[in-house]
Design a protein around this ligand. Structure first.
Ligand code: PEP
Ligand code: MG
Length: 552
């Protein structure tokens, strides 16, 4: 038995085979082949597999986000079987005796160049499609696995670290738990694990050896421990712990339908954070009052090109309809920093967390912003939508973003397209600047939602991605808590509500503090809803408030 210590970032016990994440291998070796018929067969087999995979992705997209979302994958299917494309590959294999990988790669470059030189913007955009389809086929030819998991049974996934774009593409039904060599607790992989309600451990370094692949491991997300081939006693203890956790969950189930009300009658709303329309079922399953943060950038991370207005419309419509009239707060695109997207072609930055990200990108590339806002307003008739802007630092940014909303509403009116006239506008408070001028910002919006992950990072000058900073990244730091109180006071003075949608919202050791400073809403991962409700129902604000405020 080998026991490895890391840092638990999502609680729970999971048992299963260890699986090393496979990254798509795009390095191609060029070879001259003698058996061209065999090479052609290799291509045909890879092409057939790619078409199957794309069919599955189209079905998944249809279920998650509707017909127009499926269209992208269906187009890719057609492209993989396009006769001209195929003929070009055949010629390169037969006449030039190229290996299949190189023939596909050369064909992709030729076709992409041809599409890119066309006048029609639609055809120009096909350049990215042909490259994407070819990368898939090459991945199959070289043995790299698309989607990262090639296993029939669910596994405990280990990776050096996972970029958000890799995480969103994983087949979640195959994952019992995550282990990463690096990473930090407020990274988006950790956040995703909590949203999925599965155990996760980060920072195990190089202790998990390649030869452990396929062996049975147990991970305990509370203790942050990975056990390889546990002895019988440890295994029995862990199974008992898993059972205890299951029973605890059962007890929490009894809280469904109950109010989020303290012993002395203070109410607070509990909403959920989600990253995909898929997550709505667990929001409803855990009896949350709404969605406090839909990280819309995950839709962008899941695509190989800018998602169209219709694609986004279907996804937002699905979330709003499924939530059946409960409030859904959709955050506009928040990319940059750790969430990089190739097709945005953003210049490399020395300091991306402080660079061109989130609302800054939207304001400097208004066409991207406009497409998202059009999709959001069109979807607004299907439920109770609120729109929220991330990474605000100045009043002018909010004014400009609101102006763009007005422009979009005017356009839709002129086009005779319906939208709700009751869409609330809010901002995230996640920079110290926004917290300090929250009295002024409050005059511009309907609500605030505090993003404590970034607020901690920027207030303490401490990179949230850097696992080595450990105890220096302290969201309990009085500077962060005082800023939260300042924001709550300014919100209430201006008659707007204030919530917390950073990971801190689910930290039960601070629930009394949040209730004491008057936070109106906490938005947490779905599995955190019922434990939070339990904590709120056990609290008596009157007995703790004075002491908490004195010590803040
Ligand atoms: C935050 O910064 O607290 C937040 C909720 O946004 P994200 O974690 O997506 O940056
Ligand atoms: Mg943030």
């Amino acid at each position: 038995m080998i026991s490895i210590q890391g840092k638990g970032v999502s609680t729970g016990v999971a048992i299963g085979p260890l699986y090393f994440y496979k990254r798509a291998n795009t390095t191609i070796t060029r070879e001259t082949v003698s058996d061209t018929a065999k090479e052609w067969d290799r291509f045909k087999a890879a092409q057939a597999k790619a078409v199957d995979q794309l069919g599955e992705l189209a079905e998944k997209a249809r279920v998650e986000a509707g017909d127009s979302a499926a269209l992208l994958f269906e187009t890719h299917q057609m492209m993989a079987e396009d006769l001209d494309y195929e003929e070009n590959i055949q010629t390169l294999i037969q006449d030039e005796k190229l290996n299949a990988e190189a023939a596909v790669s050369d064909t992709a470059s030729q076709f992409a160049e041809m599409f890119a030189s066309m006048d029609d913007p639609y055809m120009q955009a096909r350049a990215a499609d042909v490259k994407d389809v070819s990368t898939r086929i090459i991945g199959i030819l070289t043995g790299a696995v698309q989607g990262g998991i090639d296993s029939k049974v669910p596994v405990i996934l280990i990776a050096d670290d996972l970029a958000p774009s890799e995480t969103v593409q994983l087949d979640k039904s195959k994952i019992l738990g995550f282990v990463t060599e690096g990473g930090s607790g407020s990274s988006h992989t950790a956040i995703l694990a909590r949203t999925m309600g599965i155990p996760a451990i980060i920072g195990v370094g190089d202790q998990v050896k390649k030869e452990f692949a396929g062996r049975e491991v147990i991970i305990d997300g509370t203790l942050g421990v990975v056990i390889v081939e546990a002895d019988a006693t440890t295994k029995a203890q862990m199974i008992a712990k898993k059972e205890e956790q299951r029973k605890n969950r059962e007890m929490l189930e009894l809280l469904k339908g109950r109010a989020n009300e303290t012993k002395d009658g203070h109410s607070i709303r509990i909403y959920c954070n989600i990253g995909s329309p898929d997550d709505v079922s667990s929001v409803i399953g855990n009896d949350a009052g709404g969605i406090g943060l839909f990280r819309s950038e995950f839709l962008y991370l899941n695509c190989d090109d800018y998602p169209t207005e219709d694609y986004q419309f279907e996804a937002y419509k699905k979330v709003l309809s499924d939530m059946d009239g409960k409030e859904v707060i959709i955050r506009t695109l928040d990319i940059g920093a750790d969430k990089q997207i190739g097709y945005f072609d953003l210049p490399k930055e020395e300091n991306p967390a402080m660079g061109n990200r989130a609302l800054r990108i939207c304001l400097s590339r208004p066409e991207i912003f406009r497409t998202q806002l059009r999709a959001l307003y069109r979807a607004s008739v299907f439920g109770k939508l609120s729109i929220m802007f991330p990474m605000v630092t100045s009043v002018w940014e909010v004014k400009e973003a609101k102006k763009m909303c007005e422009r979009v509403k005017k356009e839709l009116t002129e086009e005779g397209k319906a939208f709700s006239d009751d869409v609330h506008i809010g901002i995230m408070i996640e920079t110290p600047a926004a917290a300090v001028i929250s009295d002024r910002l409050a005059k511009e919006v309907d609500f605030f939602s505090c993003g404590t992950n970034d607020l901690t990072q920027y207030t303490l000058a401490c990179d949230r991605q850097n696992a080595d900073l450990g105890r220096f990244f302290d969201p309990h730091h009085p500077a962060v808590l005082r800023l939260l109180k300042l924001v709550a006071d300014n919100a209430h003075k201006n008659n707007i509500w204030v919530g917390i949608c950073g990971e801190l919202g689910a930290d039960l050791s601070l629930t009394e503090t949040f209730l004491s400073i008057g936070i109106d809403e906490l938005s947490v991962s779905p599995r955190a809803v019922l434990p939070l409700r339990q904590k709120i129902r056990e609290t008596n604000v009157a007995t703790v408030k004075d002491k908490i405020l004195e010590n803040l």
